[in-house]
Design a protein around this ligand. Sequence first.
Ligand code: SF4
Ligand code: FES
Length: 252
Amino acid sequence: MATPTLDKVEAESAASPYITVTLRIRRFNPEVSDEAQWQDFRIEIDPKERVLDALHKVKWDIDGTLTFRRSCAHGICGSDAMRINGKNRLACKTLIKDVNPEKPITVEAIKGLTVLKDLVVDMDPFFQAYRDVMPFLITKGNEPTRERLQSPEDRERFDDTTKCILCAACTSSCPVFWNDGQYFGPAAIVNAHRFIFDSRDEGGEQRLEILNDRDGVWRCRTTFNCTDACPRGIEVTKAIQEVKRALITRRF
Ligand code: SF4
Ligand code: FES
């Protein structure tokens, strides 16, 4: 077999898309220590790959104890929200090249929910708030024999809030939620909005009363963190404002 020339080796090396990056991950294992600590991992990766791919490299090739959630890997299931360089994002939607790979890329669990291990938090309070706003169609009377009709204009009224994937990036970026986990949080309000403004639904008054609670919409301080954090581009703060307005006017 012919030995590759030095020129050829150099050319191939110059064409390699791989770079070396440092992932700085906040580790926590309650079976080992009460304290979380940062741990650095150096990996080779194509900058067009995602932070989720980098986490997989660490878990599969370096340290199998690293714990994080993911499922679809395509921005649909909402399971891999985490703080990347101090900002809530989905690891599967964040490219390495977009998070300044020349410096260590910090990865930690989302805030405001109890960390169970590494990047995994206890989502129970988040989903309890979601359940509390009754995220399902409420109607009275007999079932229609055919589908419940709705005009395109009426459907458009709540289209934005149907896009939620329950990732918790909004709720866990909210300073009110950090200070007091009793607040329903943006995601629950977004999902209440989705039904309050649905012309087929008849449970709007009930949901508004639930959100009129001391831990409801009035706790929102309009910081817009939630809107910035939402990977689906939902206008979260606007939805919260619309629910507040509906509470005042009782028109929705
Ligand atoms: S509103 Fe956006 S950030 Fe909040 S849970 Fe839904 S998809 Fe995630
Ligand atoms: S793994 Fe499903 S949204 Fe990222």
